[in-house]
Design a protein around this ligand. Structure first.
Ligand code: HEC
Ligand code: HEC
Length: 402
C-alpha cells in the first residue's frame, strides 16, 4: 500500500503547528547560573517619570541608588558564602534537566522530580525566551517587552487571590497561564491541554522557591550590619526555604473569596463615592483622573508600573467580578497598590461594580457620568469629549457573521 506524501507529512506538520512534538531536553550538564544581577532592596521614593527603558536591566538597576534607592551587587559577597549557597541550591533544587525540591511536603504542592522535569521541558519551549532559564524575566524576548516578564525569583506575584504573603494560589497561576495577562506580552496558553499548563505552573512555583531562597540569602550575606546569616549561609537558606514553602502552602489553604451579590442599582453610585473618598480608599491618588493620567510607580523589581487606565475596559488579572474583588481586597502588593482589609465585602463589591461600569458612560448615573467624562475633570490635556450617546458610525457597527 502506498501512502501519499501529503498524508505522511500532514500529521507531522499538524503536530508541529500545535506545538505537540516532544519538548526539548535541557543539556544534562547545564546548571542554573548563580544570581549575578543586582538585588533591589528599596526603590527611590521619587516615582519614575515614564516606563523603564527596554534592554538589559543592569544599568537601570544600578541607577536606582543615585535616586535614593538601595540595590546590592551579589558579586560583593565573599566567595566562600557564594560557594556554600551554590552547593545548597544545587543539592536542594537540582539542575534544569533534573529539577527537584528536597523539602518536606514538596509532593503536596506537585513538586516531584518527574513532574518538574516534564514541566521544565515545557517551560523551556513556551516560557523561557521571556521568563529566562532561572526565571529572572530576562530571557532574550523579555528584554524588549514592556511591562517586563515576571522575575519569579523575588517570590512576588501581582494577581493573587490570597492575601497572606502575596503568594498566588494554584488557581491564580492557572488563570494567568490559561488566559494570559491582557494588554501585556504575557500570552494565553488556553489551547494547550490542562495537564501541560499544570506542569508549567509547577515549574513556575519551583523557580519561584529556588530564586527566592537565593535572593534572601544573598541579601542577608550582604546586609549592612555584617553577615545576616551569622556565617552560616546554608542553615540560613534552609530556614528560608521552610518559611517560603509555608507561605505557598498558606496561600493554597486560604479560604476562597465570597461569591458576587445580586445586582443592586445603587451599587455603582456607592462605589463611585468610595473610589473618590480621600482618606478611605485613595484610589484617585494613584489612578489620577480615573487612571487617564500616566503617572508611573516603581514596583519591587525596580521597574516602572503604570496604574491602570480605568476608563478603558480589560484587566490583566481577569475581567470577572471575582477577579476584581481580589485585586481590591488584597491589593497588587508588588506595585504598592494597597490591600483593603477593613472594607466590608459589600463595599468591595460596590467598588467592583463602579470599576466595571467606569469604561461605559451609559452604565453610569447621569451626575456621575458628567463628573467622570466632563472636560473639567480631564487633567491629561485632552479637551475633547465623546458624548456618551454618540451614535456609532455605520462602518464601525458590529457585524454579526453571515
Ligand atoms: C512573550 C513573553 C512571555 C511569554 C512567552 C510568557 N510570559 Fe509570562 N509574563 C510575561 C509578562 C510581560 C508578564 C508580566 C506582565 C505584567 O507584569 O504586567 C508575565 C507574567 C507572568 C506571571 C506572573 C503573574 C503574576 O501574578 O504576577 C506568570 C506566573 C507567568 N507569566 C507565567 C508564564 C508561563 C508559565 C509561561 C509559559 C507557558 C509564560 N509566562 C510565557 C511575558 C511572557
Ligand atoms: C498606591 C497606588 C495605587 C492605589 C492607591 C490604588 N491603585 Fe489600583 N493599581 C495601581 C497600579 C500601579 C496598578 C497597575 C498594576 C500593573 O498592572 O502592574 C493598579 C491596577 C489596578 C487595577 C487593574 C487590575 C488588573 O487586573 O489589571 C484595578 C481594577 C485597580 N487598580 C483598582 C483600584 C481601586 C479600586 C483602588 C482603590 C480602592 C486602587 N486601585 C488604588 C496602583 C494603585
Amino acid at each position: 500500500m502506498t501512502v501519499s506524501r501529503t498524508a505522511r507529512v500532514a500529521p507531522a506538520l499538524l503536530l508541529g503547528l500545535a506545538g505537540c512534538g516532544p519538548p526539548p531536553e535541557y543539556p544534562p550538564d547545564l546548571a542554573f547560573p548563580a544570581r549575578a544581577d543586582r538585588l533591589v532592596l528599596r526603590v527611590p521614593t521619587a516615582q519614575p517619570a515614564g516606563p523603564t527603558d527596554p534592554g538589559p536591566l543592569d544599568a537601570v538597576l544600578a541607577g536606582l541608588d543615585a535616586r535614593g534607592g538601595k540595590t546590592l551587587d551579589p558579586a560583593a559577597a565573599p566567595p566562600e558564602a557564594r560557594e556554600a549557597l551554590a552547593r545548597f541550591l544545587a543539592e536542594t533544587f537540582g539542575t534544569p534537566a533534573a529539577p527537584t525540591v528536597a523539602a518536606d511536603g514538596a509532593a503536596d504542592l506537585g513538586l516531584t522530580p518527574d513532574r518538574l522535569a516534564e514541566g521544565g521541558r515545557l517551560y523551556r519551549r513556551s516560557c523561557q525566551h521571556c521568563h529566562g532559564l532561572a526565571g529572572d524575566g530576562q530571557g532574550p524576548s523579555g528584554l524588549y517587552v514592556t511591562p517586563r516578564p515576571r522575575d519569579y525569583r523575588r517570590g512576588a506575584f501581582k494577581f493573587v487571590s490570597s492575601g497572606d504573603g502575596g503568594k498566588p494560589r494554584r488557581d491564580d497561576l492557572r488563570r494567568t497561564i490559561r488566559d494570559g495577562l491582557k494588554g501585556t506580552a504575557m500570552p494565553s496558553f488556553a489551547l494547550l491541554p490542562d495537564d501541560r499548563r499544570e506542569l508549567m505552573a509547577d515549574f513556575v512555583v519551583y523557580l519561584g522557591l529556588r530564586g527566592e531562597v537565593e535572593y534572601r540569602t544573598v541579601a542577608a550575606v550582604l546586609a549592612d550590619d555584617g553577615d545576616g546569616t551569622d556565617g552560616d549561609p546554608t542553615g540560613f537558606a534552609r530556614d528560608r526555604l521552610a518559611d517560603i514553602f509555608a507561605a505557598w502552602r498558606r496561600a493554597e489553604d486560604a479560604p476562597p473569596g465570597p461569591p458576587p451579590p445580586a445586582d443592586d442599582p445603587d451599587a455603582v453610585r456607592r462605589g463611585y463615592e468610595l473610589f473618590t473618598a480621600a482618606g478611605k480608599t485613595d484610589c484617585l491618588s494613584c489612578h489620577e483622573d480615573f487612571g487617564r493620567k500616566p503617572t508611573y510607580r516603581y514596583d519591587v523589581w525596580g521597574t516602572a508600573a503604570r496604574p491602570k487606565e480605568l476608563t478603558e475596559p480589560g484587566y490583566k488579572g481577569g475581567d470577572r467580578p471575582e477577579n476584581l474583588y481580589h485585586r481590591i481586597r488584597h491589593g497588587i502588593q508588588p506595585v504598592g497598590m494597597p490591600a483593603h482589609p477593613t472594607l466590608t465585602d459589600s463595599q468591595i463589591w460596590d467598588l467592583v461594580r463602579f470599576v466595571r461600569a467606569l469604561p461605559y458612560p451609559r452604565e453610569l448615573p447621569d451626575d456621575i457620568r458628567a463628573k467622570v467624562y466632563a472636560p473639567e475633570f480631564r487633567v491629561s490635556g485632552f479637551e475633547f469629549r465623546v458624548p456618551p450617546d454618540l451614535p456609532q458610525p455605520e462602518g464601525l457597527r458590529h457585524r454579526s457573521p453571515g
